[in-house]
Design a protein around this ligand. Structure first.
Ligand code: AMP
Ligand code: GLY
Length: 416
């Protein structure tokens, strides 16, 4: 019987813990730092997800059989490199491979070198040549991406030269996010979707496609968020298009990363767009998407410990089986999110929800469940069709009460 340590504290990690808890091989799950929902299935350990030394000491003391990493910050801090050196199996990419997410320029260069379809781009580290390029190009909207961590404010879609100028000044002159480069790329149009896969070197095991809803309010209005809901499957992507994206995007990226000496050994998340000119890459992430993972991972029929352990140790999996049931997940977020919001509001009725509720940002005090983040709960229901799954989730979500939460009423509208 196995002992597993999961790193992270959001809905994505709750989905990982939930799926591991269903494995007959798993005897005990620890989660650092975890949340109130995770605590129902795992022992939460109060170690921050980037304190690698302490996490490693804990894993050694507990004789953990496998560690599964959720957040990009832990990967970028080198947790996989440290655990591997200590001989502990760990699911996730090395620090070097995580650059596919943490550096936009690394990702763009890789795609250019290996002919992976994406928007044409140029990169700049100084304001003058950057604005000169924008002027000479004279095509709007223009997409400006700060190359580094910018707390979700790193992408600006400029509608004219004034907007581009203001953004470039922020990014390259006043250095609002620190000293970094800017990638300027062509504006693409079409529906976006998420294509995640487990990747171990050349081996790519695709997960079902899903679609996130990034804007805060109904009708895809309001500010960008981490994601307000997701659903699967996607009626607007055919099986042939999915296969095309696997063969022309995910597989060549896996092969390219091996060729570059930075093989992938975790999740590759393709943020893709179906344009009039074919499917193209908007971005890559080096981790499970959030909230997509909450709806996708519970559909995995192959034992989760077997899958994570095989990827962590380089063993070959036959294939991974998935249930294709229509699934819709709706995020309940704190009022004010993604701007300022309060924490500590009481939540009731979660146990009455007929379906799966995964916790994104909760805590417990004096036996009461409290909000403890911007995105708080992910409420998930199934159905024979997406419409039925949507009806089910919106019927059930009314049972959850909290004066300080809001949610979108139109998750999955693209599919209906
Ligand atoms: P990213 O952080 O690269 O995922 O960008 C955030 C969002 O900006 C994406 O989800 C898209 O909606 C939008 N975006 C990024 N790049 C482009 C592009 N080249 N064309 C159109 N929209 C884009
Ligand atoms: N849902 C988008 C992301 O995880 O980046």
């Amino acid at each position: 019987m196995k002992k597993v340590l999961v790193i992270g504290s959001g809905g994505r990690e709750h989905a990982i813990v939930y799926q591991l808890s269903r494995s007959p091989q798993v005897a005990q799950i620890f989660c650092a730092p975890g949340n109130a929902g995770i605590a129902q299935l795992a022992t939460c350990v109060a170690i921050p997800d980037t304190d690698i030394e302490q996490l490693l000491r804990f894993a050694q003391a507990q004789q953990i059989d496998l560690c599964v990493v959720g957040p990009e910050a832990s990967l970028a801090a080198g947790i996989v490199d440290a655990f591997r050196e200590a001989g502990i199996p760990i699911f996730g990419h090395t620090k070097a491979a995580t650059q596919i997410e943490s550096s936009k320029e690394f990702a763009k260069q890789l795609m250019a070198r290996y002919n992976i379809p994406t928007a044409a781009y140029r990169s700049f580290d100084e304001y003058e040549p950057a604005i000169e390029y924008v002027r000479s190009r004279n095509t709007y909207p223009a997409v400006l991406k700060y190359d580094g961590l910018a707390a979700g404010k790193g992408v600006v879609i400029a509608q004219n030269q004034q907007e581009a100028d203001a953004a470039l000044r922020d990014m390259l002159v006043s250095e609002a996010f620190g000293k970094g480069k800017v990638v300027i790329e062509d504006y693409l149009e079409g529906p976006e979707f998420s294509f995640m896969a487990f990747v171990d070197h050349h081996r790519v095991y695709p997960m079902p496609l899903s679609q996130d809803h990034k804007r805060a309010y109904d009708g895809d209005r309001g500010p960008n968020t981490g994601g307000m809901g997701a659903y699967t499957p996607l009626p607007f992507i055919s099986a042939e298009e999915e296969q095309w994206a696997l063969e022309h995007i995910l597989q060549p990226v896996a092969d390219a990363m091996v060729a570059e000496g930075t093989p992938l050994t975790g999740v590759l998340y393709g943020g893709l767009m179906k344009t009039a000119d074919g499917i193209k890459v908007i971005e890559f992430n080096a981790r499970f998407g959030d909230p997509e993972t909450e709806i996708v991972l519970p559909l995995m029929q192959t034992d989760a410990y077997t899958v994570f352990h095989a990827i962590a140790t380089g063993s070959i999996l036959d294939n991974i089986a998935w249930c294709n049931e229509a699934t819709v997940g709706v995020v309940m977020a704190s009022k004010g999110y993604p701007g300022k919001y309060d924490k500590g509001a009481v939540i009731t009725g979660v146990d009455d929800f007929d379906g799966l509720v995964l916790h994104m940002g909760t805590t417990v005090r004096d036996g009461q469940l409290l909000t403890n983040g911007g995105r708080v709960l992910m409420c998930i229901a199934h159905g024979d069709t997406i419409r039925k799954a949507q009806q089910n989730v919106y019927t059930e979500i009314r049972k959850i009460n909290c004066t300080n939460l809001f949610y979108r009423k139109d998750i999955a509208h693209w599919a209906l």
